[in-house]
Ligand binder design. Structure first.
Ligand code: HEM
Length: 637
């Protein structure tokens, strides 16, 4: 069953529609809209909308951000569109067709449903009504210009002023926040976190915090949520493992106490990085990134995770994990282990993720269900009571708040990564991606409204855009903070950072350059504490789960020192690259690894500083503010 159908099944009271006349008209109009929007890449702000709905703060943020449609162009296009009665918005438009209103506009967002990073069902909830009350909760939609611009691609008409008021009033009480019971996050109040969205909560530590200790403190560790945070009582929770006759598994369930008392407790020191870390590096003036949550570089951390091996749990359910690991038992229908979480969106769709069965049962794979993080009970934001820790895989695989595990031949339809965690070639555009998502579930006679005039359609071949499991080699300069003014000790400056490679490949070296990569020098590295209880993982031998922390004191060249001695402030760019245990390294340029879903971002990392010889040596540089999520321009500091 396609995900949309699964979604539809869960949507109580969802309206279904017929006839395709309206969507054909939408095809023409939105096609023209797309052409017009994509065709003009100047700054735009829409005065009527701003006057009526935007706070001064919102509009100030807009001024910093890229938009791609000139006001005159937008006004012309809006004028050419018909004024539609509200009754038409509320009418049936055909199976799966979805119309919404927003600030006086009418939008047919059918073609966007399957590409929506917040899930199609969340938009389908609004079908025939107004977005305002929904976006009061998910308010980043109102303040991110690329989303406002995206909406314009789907505008098919306008409402009269009275209908606009009526539509907004009708859905005013339709929706409220289900985030009231989210946990407290005190480190956000002290300014140590960059919060990219409050609903759902997504936060990364300011990057310099990453090198203050080898193990990232739990309350600083990045949090990637898709929904509200479940408030689970131990006595109400059980872990269910599904039956699978193909591999002799019976249905079985465990309480948290069972996990703690019936199985060996295992410690694993592992780094976890979100596949979308550094995705803000991909944003350009004319190329926004339409994905959440807009990390800069702090969506990575290292912790000691403790819990029970997944292979022990599957074994307890009846799977011959030793026989399979040794290749003596063949279970061709047991390829994937599915992890389903308790957190759900407002329509009841849970987060879920998959890993290959080999990773789950590998005796050296260290895949556990963790119930402790850095020696204490797993915090709610990190998945209490248990989360998957499949070291070496991307954050999205490591499902939190697990309630159900099953083994299957193919990934479950619920797998949240199948649309958003694919790694495409740089040639795949946002339009291609949207069309591909829509075509996946569209009716046979469906015509994309975006093709007309969009001009950037590149066919997607799924084999060429695999769902990611492990992440590429990465290095991140963390200290001093990017764009800080720093002191000088008369000879050199010092930088610190972290480096990591997925798949257990480990980092064999980190190199740092101050001349744009002409000359690199190896940095000193600090590794995780040695674990005498198991064989050492040699570089490239696949069991190096933790990051390394690096530091480098960089002597400055004579010409720079001369300027500094004269009292002049001197700008400097520092860049880093890591080399993994298989001798893969990071690409130099962003353009060669750019991909539309903003994942596996790992080109050379660059931080810029101004060395100020007048600052005392004891000066501790503060971290200047970073751009708002989705924005490529840095605030002036
Ligand atoms: C109908 C038009 C909509 C458009 C064009 C739209 C667009 C987007 C985009 C582009 C993002 C990615 C974030 C970013 O680029 O900054 C996003 C994320 C999201 N949207 Fe929407 N959205 C729409 C409707 C809705 C509605 C009605 C809801 C909720 C009721 C919703 C909930 C969310 C959530 C929760 C996320 C974050 C997902 C995550 O963190 O993974 N959206 N939306």
């Amino acid at each position: 069953m396609p995900r949309a159908a699964a979604t539809a099944g869960r949507l109580a009271g969802r309206r279904t529609f017929h006839t395709s006349e309206a969507s054909q008209r939408q095809g023409v109009l939105a096609g023209a809209a797309a052409a017009s929007v994509l065709g003009c890449l100047a700054y735009c702000k829409e005065p009527a909308l701003e006057d009526r709905f935007m706070s001064r703060q919102e509009s100030r943020r807009l001024e910093q951000l890229p938009l791609s449609c000139a006001p005159a162009e937008l006004a012309k296009r809006k004028k050419a569109l018909p004024t539609l009665p509200l009754s038409e918005v509320q009418a049936d438009h055909g199976e799966g067709v979805c119309w919404v209103t927003y600030r006086g506009g009418v939008y047919d967002v059918t073609a966007f449903l399957e590409a929506h990073p917040g899930g199609s069902a969340r938009i389908e909830m609004v079908n025939g009504s107004d977005l305002e009350s929904y976006w009061k909760v998910y308010d980043f939609h109102n303040s991110r210009p690329h989303i406002q611009q995206l909406m314009e691609e789907y505008r098919i008409g306008n409402l009269s002023a009275s209908d606009a008021k009526k539509s907004e009033a009708l859905s005013r009480d339709a929706f409220s926040s289900y985030y009231e019971n989210d946990p407290q996050r005190p480190r956000a109040d002290t300014g140590e976190l960059r919060v990219t969205s409050v609903h759902p909560w997504n936060s990364e530590p300011l990057m310099h915090k990453l090198v203050e200790s080898f193990f990232t403190p739990n309350d600083l560790f990045f949090v990637r949520n898709h929904n509200n945070v479940p408030d689970i009582k131990e006595e109400e929770w059980t872990l269910e493992i599904g039956r699978n006759n193909d591999c002799n598994m019976k249905e079985i369930s465990f309480t948290l106490q069972d996990l703690k008392t019936k199985f060996e407790k295992v410690d694993v020191i592992s780094t976890l990085e979100c596949a979308g870390n550094r995705q803000e590096d991909f944003i350009e003036e004319d190329r926004p990134l339409y994905v959440a949550p807009h990390w800069r570089g702090g969506a990575i951390g290292c912790a000691k995770w403790s819990g029970v091996r997944v292979r022990d749990l599957l074994g307890a359910a009846g799977m011959d994990v030793d026989g399979m690991s040794l290749g003596r038992v063949k279970n061709p229908k047991a390829k994937i282990v599915n992890f389903e979480a308790i957190d759900e969106d407002e329509t009841g769709i849970p987060y879920a993720g998959v890993i290959p069965v080999e990773k789950a049962i590998d005796p050296f794979g260290d895949t556990i269900l963790a119930y402790e993080m850095n020696g204490v009970e797993l915090p709610r934001d990190h998945g209490y009571p248990v989360r998957l820790m499949a070291p070496g895989t991307g954050g999205c695989r490591n499902v939190k708040w697990i309630r159900h595990i099953s083994v299957s031949e193919r990934p479950s339809e619920l797998d949240s990564g199948s649309k958003l965690d694919r790694h495409f070639s740089p040639a795949i555009s946002w339009t291609s991606h949207r069309e591909h998502c829509a075509e996946d579930t569209a009716a046979p006679d469906w015509k994309s409204p975006l093709k007309t005039g969009a001009g950037d359609k590149t066919t997607i071949v799924l084999d060429q855009g695999p769902v990611i499991q492990s992440l590429p080699v990465q290095s991140l300069i963390c200290y001093p903070p990017n764009r800080a003014e720093i002191a000088w000790d008369g000879e050199s400056i010092e930088v610190k950072g972290v480096a990591y490679a997925g798949g257990g490949r480990g980092v064999c070296r980190v190199e740092v350059s101050i001349d744009g990569g002409e000359n690199f020098h190896a940095a000193e590295m600090q590794r995780a504490p040695a674990d005498d209880s198991r064989p050492p993982a040699e570089m490239g031998m696949g069991r190096n789960w933790a990051w390394v922390q690096f530091s480098q004191r960089i002597p400055l060249p004579a010409d720079m020192r001369a300027l500094l001695r004269k009292g002049q402030r001197v700008p400097i760019e520092v860049c880093s690259k890591a080399i993994d245990g298989d001798f893969n390294t990071q690409p130099e340029r962003m353009s060669s690894s750019w991909n539309v879903l903003g994942i596996c971002v790992n080109h050379w990392h660059r931080f810029n500083y101004v060395i100020n010889p007048k600052l005392p040596k004891s000066h501790v540089p503060a971290a200047p503010p970073t751009p708002a999520p989705g924005c490529y321009k840095w605030p002036q500091n």
